[in-house]
Design a protein. Sequence first.
Length: 264
Amino acid sequence: MGRGPASGLRAADFVVRDLDTAELQRQAAALYRRVFGYRDSDVGLSPPLLTALLRNGGSVVGAVDADGALLGFAYGMRGGDGTRMYHYSQAAVVAPESQGLGLGRKLKQAQAAVARNTGMRYMRWSYDPLISRNAHFNLDVLGAAGRWYVDDFYLHEHSDRVVVEWDLERSPVPFAPPEPNPPVTRAEWGTWQDFGAHGRLVLPSDPALLEPDRAAEVRSAVRAGFHELLARGLVARSCRQVSAETSVYWFARIPITGGDLDRA
């Protein structure tokens, strides 16, 4: 599936483009199953769906190398919550051997261009709250805000998701955690605090660090912490790793812009 950074691939060696051929869409479907490890026949990505999205204001963009191999892709669609329209990004997928090239940011920027061209000011997407590296990318790198938390997003256990909103007309403002910022340990995973204008939620830096006998407890605590802090008018603004095993979400008191998802 193309060359990875270890073999010398540079940003100049690929282009980001619409996946508007049958071959690129076939590669996207295969990459989707490979990256997420799907084996069930009822889980997959349909090339006809990708074509329909392309023809109806959706985004289907990918990074393609000089040999025509797909290194990563993202797709999304128009959405609405009764108060405004937005572009919803369903997934962004990068081959493991192609990570480290900034493909995630380039794919999101390409989706943002599609959103703007179809008259959208906002983008939304969801991510697993326990994958702190994704949280850091979404909140700190792109500048999106975690405004909603949806239990069992995909209608099964362990599919809780944070839904972020990205204002495409506003330059991201880096978030600086308040001082003092005392150290935290793994014993505090799942704990949260409300400091008034800010909130803090502690979690493992990687869900793989969770011991089986503690995993359910921490997941439940993270869910409860998000619901409590969001209900107090705070939104997730940052997620940073503070040690080899612990990360911290920071929440700030900024206006929530509404929609049905804030009651999900």
